[in-house]
Design a protein. Structure first.
Length: 135
């Protein structure tokens, strides 16, 4: 992953790589490329398309993140739990990525309403970084 700040060089740590991958997933546009059209799955697109169906939104988000992160890391597992109240849909997202024997855990709560993202909360801002790849 090339860095946004040229002085940083390339992203090399699992923490930076994972955090950057999630950031890109959250802000990329579905139609941002002609070459890879239809294959850029992003959070805004998923919320726009499935935001009125909490269960389908959960299924699509979990599948999209699993596919995306497994292309970037040696191994990735994603679990999404949905809480659908009358005001908004909350998606509790737990992610484990493993790269070169190092494991990193991430967690987010994504709140949506009316097919729009309201908030994204980082619930595991320190994460777990370790050499034990057992999930």
């Amino acid at each position: 992953f090339p860095s946004h700040d040229i002085s940083e060089g390339f992203v090399t740590t699992i923490v930076d790589k994972a955090e950057r991958a999630i950031a890109y997933f959250c802000v990329s546009q579905y139609s941002q490329t002609n070459l890879y059209r239809g294959n850029v799955v992003t959070l805004p697109w998923l919320v726009q398309r499935y935001g009125s169906d909490a269960l389908e939104m959960r299924n699509q988000l979990q599948s999209a993140l699993n596919n995306y992160l497994n292309r970037l890391f040696d191994e990735a597992q994603v679990e999404v739990v949905v809480d659908d109240d009358s005001e908004a849909i909350s998606l509790d997202t737990k992610i484990i990525v493993i790269d070169e024997g190092t494991r990193y855990d991430l967690g987010y709560i994504i709140r949506t309403t009316n097919n729009k993202v309201l908030d994204i909360f980082d619930i595991n801002n320190q994460g777990y970084i370790g050499k034990n790849p057992n999930i």
